[in-house]
Write a protein that binds this ligand. Structure first.
Ligand code: ZN
Length: 123
């Protein structure tokens, strides 16, 4: 068993599969999947497309991504009997009126998608 117990990088096709399993949609996509067969866990790294504009959570103005909040990890429902963890860096915007929102940052256009995903994760 080659690589047993080692993190195993899946192919592009599998990241598409995980994207579908997690219910992600534009602009979020699965960038990387690490499968730890020995540990019975899978770590899914989610990223967003470049150049996407995000909304200020206060006024809804569309703004360019300024930087990213610290990467966060959410526990997802298990997939294929593996403990599944979702990793994402939430983009932050700088609104001329409201500045950089504190807390978890602006999820903007992808809000429904990622919120939907972590609604399923936390409970
Ligand atoms: Zn604003």
């Amino acid at each position: 068993m080659t690589g047993y117990g080692q993190p195993w990088r899946v192919t592009m096709k599998d990241t598409d599969l995980y994207s579908r399993i997690l219910g992600l949609s534009d602009p979020w996509f699965v960038a990387d999947v690490e499968l730890d067969t020995a540990g019975g866990r899978v770590d899914v790294h989610v990223d967003h497309a470049a150049g996407v504009r995000w909304r200020c959570p206060t006024c809804g103005r569309e703004l360019a991504c300024r930087d990213h909040a610290e990467p966060r990890v959410w526990r997802h429902l298990d997939t294929c009997q593996f403990k599944t963890f979702l990793h994402a860096r939430v983009p932050r915007v700088e609104c001329p009126e409201h500045g950089v929102p504190s807390g978890q940052g602006a999820l903007g256009r992808g809000q429904g998608t990622l919120h939907h995903a972590h609604g399923a994760l936390d409970h």
